[in-house]
Design a protein around this ligand. Structure first.
Ligand SMILES: Cc1ncc(C[n+]2csc(CCOP(=O)(O)OP(=O)(O)O)c2C)c(N)n1
Length: 540
């Protein structure tokens, strides 16, 4: 079998039905094989978008996303997407074409050392040197990407190898020397953790994206209900615990709910599960008091104790460890603690900081939340739009929320929404972004037209890089702005029309419901441009 055919056979054997890519000279053989394959290829408009779409696809399906690009500039354009997936532990397979084996190292046309360049941003990467190794490498790549702490794996395949022939046999499993993720937490540590939980008066669970990676939301809910311990979460932990649960508190961190941060500071025990406890989640590590006991559960031993001192580290899979907790944990007397939390939570200001001639994004997001189904997928970009979405969307039941948390990559939400919609066409997909971020992935409006699916794009237009304005206001001084004003923004409604997408501009809260209703009742994609006061903050 030709290696280019074998590559697609490997993907089929892994259950892949869709890949996102952009062709070029070094992948001509693979694209020719694609023509004869049942695997759907989605032609994006920029390689970075191929990675983000594969990420949205994989996250929506709960599988490994796949994308592909040619050598040199194509491969290099993937890097931001790969790093975005790496920081958020998203399992991906990235296939790149490479110049022929004998040309490697000679700086021939479109040669780039993508394996070297992506070393810091991939969980692992391969340069294929022997055609016969292709099936084994693919099996290893899928295994590494999807097990332990998930992440992106890149396979770089020289064009001469793509043209060779091999006997094809796809292994059921592979032994990867030196790679043995720990799934079961150490029984002694679990016992110590349970003892600590029992002794605690003000325990708090803090979850991150690891709960979603481990598909442990149900176990988390049982744990919190059985033990009566409240739950806060990081940005990547949105959706790990339903916002309508009795024990749900809110998001923590520099952009989190202030009541959640106050509650973290008051807790005597933090049970951190599947969260890196990064600077943004802890407001530069200032949130957690020195005398708070910490139980840190994570599948990646490198994360435990990396950012904060841990009282009891437990390395392993969140789902398995929570199951063990649930066998033993008893209800704690947290009544007063929960009362205190509820009074802090109910004391928030409902003040509307926006002006009447603009849309209040908080209100718009809350309205969207109420008007959409329980299985809606929301994607959010980066900037104020991300924080408005993260703080105000209700994510429960089968709803999902995808954003770039770790790297904070502008331009993620639109291609991710396209990937998510292709993964689950039966679901409503809503993409929330800003006027800066939409222009980072503008070409993907054409991809959206091609896939002929219905996505609602809510564009919060403040004609400014809102989040940077906010940082300049707080770090430099009110009104001391530099390099943030967009005076040449296009007419987004005309632009939408140019792509054949319906567009509506809204400048007042009074018109929101009507416009949302129209878009929600339509079978076509819509861009809803909400004009936003450029002077408001993400924490309104
Ligand atoms: C690729 C990339 N470049 C730069 C930044 C820095 N950055 C973070 S938020 C932001 C502003 C985003 O503006 P916009 O998309 O209009 O959203 P808003 O904050 O106004 O809601 C910028 C420039 C980034 N996160 N990603």
């Amino acid at each position: 079998m030709k290696v280019s055919d074998a590559i697609l056979k490997c993907l089929e054997n892994e259950g892949v039905d869709t890949i996102f890519g952009y062709p070029g000279g070094a992948v001509v053989p693979i694209y020719e094989s694609l023509r004869h394959s049942d695997i759907r290829h989605v032609l994006v408009r920029h390689e970075q978008a191929a990675v983000h779409s594969a990420s949205g696809y994989g996250r929506a399906k709960g599988t490994v996303g796949v994308c592909m690009a040619t050598s040199g500039p194509g491969a290099i354009n993937l890097i931001t997407g790969i790093a975005t997936a790496y920081m958020d532990s998203i399992p991906l397979i990235i296939i790149t074409g490479q110049v022929s084996t004998k040309s490697i190292g000679r700086d021939v046309f479109q040669e780039a050392d993508i394996v070297g360049a992506t070393e810091p941003f991939t969980k692992y990467n391969f340069l294929v040197k022997n055609a016969k190794e292709i099936p084994g490498i693919f099996k290893k790549a899928f295994t590494i990407a999807s097990t332990g702490r998930p992440g992106p794996v890149l396979i770089d395949i020289p064009i001469d190898i793509q043209r060779e022939s091999i006997d094809f046999y796809y292994p059921d499993s592979v032994n990867i020397i030196g790679y043995k993720p720990t799934y079961d937490g150490h029984p002694g540590q679990i016992k110590r953790a349970l003892k600590k939980i029992k002794e605690s008066k003000r325990p708090l669970i803090c979850v991150g994206g690891g709960i979603l990676c481990s598909k442990a939301s149900k176990e988390l809910q049982i744990f919190s209900e059985k033990s009566r311990i409240p739950v806060v979460h990081t940005l990547m932990g949105i959706g790990a615990h339903p916002t309508n649960s009795e024990h749900y508190v809110g998001m923590v961190g520099s952009h989190g709910h202030s009541y959640s941060n106050k509650i973290v500071a008051k807790a005597d025990l933090l049970i951190i599960i599947g969260a890196r406890i990064g600077d943004r989640a802890t407001a530069d590590f200032k949130l957690i008091k020195d005398d708070t006991d910490i139980i840190h559960i994570d599948i990646d031993p490198a994360e435990v104790g990396k950012n904060i001192d841990t009282t009891i580290p437990v390395v392993g899979d969140a789902k398995r460890i929570l199951k063990k907790f649930n066998e033993k944990v008893k209800a704690l007397d947290t009544e007063n603690w929960l009362k205190e939390i509820n009074s802090l939570k109910n004391n928030q200001s409902t003040e509307n900081n926006g002006r009447k001639d603009f849309v209040n994004p908080k209100l718009a997001i809350k309205m969207l939340s109420e008007m959409t189904d329980d299985n809606t997928i929301f994607t959010a970009d980066v900037g104020q739009n991300q924080i408005w979405a993260a703080r105000n969307l209700e994510i429960y039941d089968d709803r999902k929320f995808f954003t770039s948390g770790g790297l904070g990559t502008m331009g993620y939400s639109l291609p991710a929404a396209i990937g998510a919609k292709l993964a689950s066409p039966e679901r409503r997909v809503i993409c929330i972004l800003g006027d800066g971020s939409i222009q980072m992935s503008l070409g993907e409006l054409a991809t959206l037209c091609e896939i002929n699916q219905n996505i609602i794009i809510v564009l919060f237009n403040n004609n400014i890089l809102g989040m940077v304005r906010e940082l300049q206001d707080t770090q430099i001084g009110k009104g001391k702005y530099s390099g943030i004003n967009f005076t040449g923004n296009p007419d987004f409604i005309k632009l939408a029309e140019a792509y054949g997408i319906k567009g509506t501009k809204v400048s007042s809260d009074d018109d929101l419901e009507n416009v949302f209703n129209k878009a929600l009742n339509s079978k076509e994609s819509h861009i809803i441009e909400c004009m936003v006061d450029p002077s408001i903050f993400s924490t309104i």
